[in-house]
Design a protein around this ligand. Structure first.
Ligand code: NAD
Length: 312
């Protein structure tokens, strides 16, 4: 299978390495010149569950795509705010047959993708795999994960199942979901609480969880996500989702971890995906006439923090 990884940062590199090792014809496409040049010169270096490996894999700068060779599958792994530009740049790689799989965190990416790709070829999902970018050309990949995915186009269920099977052949542990928007909203509730609150309060998840107000804030934010989701036909089990979110507080498991937004914004002064998490709920709330005051404020506070830190 000819696979393009569109956005080859931490997660794109993980998927690129695993699909390449699984025997697929993988090409990485990315917009960060230092990263692309490092991979061209030295290969993609990874610490893969403790083992140092180097993978020689073709890589292209997204602004320099000339190829008329079309992809069978394009996996999108930009940050949310980079998605539209990536889709514009990879147009030469897309044919009528090219399937697009989007596994970004956040809500509503299909609205961006469908400007470029017919609905029948769009597949969206959720992943529990993780990855870290150490520096240009270098990633850290630990642990196991999984993927859930579903077709957006009518009558494409078998294609989604085939896609999940093809990804699983490379060890990616993918399965078909018949309610992917539920899973996407459920995961967005974790990101829409832990990411912004830990970044604003400058704490890890256990420290936030130990505060007297944590439970009330989580319940209120989850209820805002649920009200918007309900308007879109997704009925979240809010008690279960709150419990799921609060399982992140446990210092014995992942509580001492600082969420990815904290690492991007506070440690590395990078712009965040807030407009596609709490910001998406705020926008949808306005559209559906649903009040979302906590999501509105959290979005604005994260943008303030981006301004204060000069995030790029
Ligand atoms: P990433 O930041 O590692 O990479 C995204 C893009 O940003 C890439 O094009 C990368 O080259 C570029 N980039 C990274 N650092 C840069 C720098 N210093 N200067 C210039 N460009 C830079 O993002 P990711 O962690 O791979 O996340 C991709 C998507 O997957 C996001 O929607 C994220 O929320 C989601 N996700 C991430 C993880 C994870 O563990 N990393 C897990 C699940 C979902």
């Amino acid at each position: 299978m000819k696979v393009i990884i569109a956005g080859a940062g931490a997660m794109g590199s993980r998927f690129g390495i695993m699909l390449h090792r699984g025997g697929n014809d993988v090409t990485l496409v990315d917009g960060w010149a230092d990263h692309v040049n490092a991979i061209k010169e030295h290969g993609l270096k990874a610490n893969f569950n403790g083992e140092d490996i180097t993978v020689k894999v073709p890589v292209m700068l997204q602004s320099q795509i000339k190829s008329s060779e079309k992809a069978d599958l394009i996996i999108l792994f930009t940050k949310s705010m980079q998605l539209d530009k990536m889709l514009q740049d990879i147009k030469p790689l897309i044919s009528d047959q090219t399937k697009i799989l989007c596994l970004l965190n956040g809500i509503g990416h299909e609205d961006t993708i469908e400007k470029y790709i017919p609905m029948k070829n769009i597949f969206i999902g959720n992943t529990m795999w993780t990855a870290g970018l150490v520096g240009p050309g270098q990633v850290k990949l630990f642990g196991n994960g999984s993927i859930e995915l579903q077709n957006l186009g009518k009558d494409q269920e078998n294609a989604a199942k085939d896609l999940a099977a093809a990804l699983s052949e490379s060890g990616l542990n993918a399965k078909y979901s018949d309610n992917i928007h539920y899973s996407i909203y459920r995961k967005a509730c974790v990101n829409g609480t832990m990411n912004c609150l830990c970044s604003i309060l400058d704490v890890n998840m256990a420290e936030f969880g130990a505060t007297k107000s944590a439970h009330d804030i989580v319940v209120t934010v989850v209820n805002e996500f649920a009200a918007v989701a309900k308007h879109e036909g997704v009925n979240l089990d809010t008690a279960e989702v709150v419990e799921h979110v609060e399982s992140c507080f446990d210092p014995e498991t992942i509580g001492k971890h600082y969420p990815s937004m904290y690492q991007d914004l506070i440690n590395n002064h990078r712009l965040t995906e807030i407009d596609y998490i709490n910001g998406a709920v705020s926008r949808k709330g306005k559209k559906y006439n649903i009040a979302t005051p906590y999501c509105d404020l959290l979005t604005q506070l994260i943008h303030c923090k981006e301004d204060i830190l000069g995030a790029k």
